[in-house]
Design a protein around this ligand. Structure first.
Ligand code: FMN
Length: 195
């Protein structure tokens, strides 16, 4: 168990700019998705799904990204639009985690969205655990009506994250982490500490 604690305490994302080939092999990708789907999920609704981009599909979908970007940024120049074509090709594999909340008598949408966040984190962690670099990004495509349409998202669906997975070409330094004491309060019998 120490191994997993050490892993969790040291893990960190690899920025997509540092990502190279290769990406996960098909059996590793399946393992990544299986771990992704093994998250707390109130009511067993599985309120999320995956769309995987790899190989030529990344540039194919790049056409959709470029089209949506051009529509939403009428002043964009040719170079910027061409850059968008390559957005998903920055890493060998991109997994779109789609939050698919459904109306439920007991389970609020909020909890279903939180579960989708847990899926993203699991995918990130298992990818890093397999020795890959990975990063959870949203960027403009997660909030674009045009991209949502190209992804065939339903009315209540949203992209919780695009998880980029590849091989780290460099080891990123750590980033500042929150001061635990600043974000933690303990209650005791007299109420919260600091009272
Ligand atoms: C929902 C969500 C969306 C994110 N979107 C972006 C993004 O669009 N661009 C970006 O630079 N970082 C984004 N990040 C931040 C990085 O994925 C990540 O938090 C950061 O690189 C540090 O991660 P680490 O704790 O794994 O090292 C996002 C994080 C979350 C949780």
């Amino acid at each position: 168990m120490t191994d997993i604690i050490d892993f969790l305490l040291a893990r960190r994302s690899v920025p997509v700019a540092m990502m190279e080939e290769p990406g996960p092999a098909p059996d590793q990708l399946r393992q990544i998705l299986a771990v992704g789907a093994r998250v707390p999920d109130h009511g067993k609704l599985a309120p999320w799904r995956f769309i995987v981009f790899k190989g030529d599909a990344r540039l194919k979908f790049g056409e959709c990204l470029a089209e949506s970007f051009a529509d939403e940024n009428p002043k964009a120049d040719r170079a910027q639009i061409d850059e968008e074509r390559k957005r998903f090709a920055r890493a060998p594999v991109v997994i779109a985690v789609v939050a698919s909340p459904r109306a439920h008598i007991k389970i609020p949408e909020w909890e279903q969205l939180l579960s989708a966040g847990a899926v993203c984190q699991n995918i990130l962690s298992v990818s890093l655990g397999l020795g890959f670099g990975a990063q959870w990004l949203t960027q403009w495509p997660a909030y674009s009506a045009g991209v949502s349409q190209h992804l065939n998202l339903g009315e209540t669906e949203k992209v919780a994250g695009f998880i980029y997975i590849g091989t780290a070409g460099a080891i990123p330094g750590d980033r500042a982490r929150p001061d635990l004491d600043g974000i933690t309060e303990f209650w005791d019998a007299a109420g919260p500490t600091g009272d």
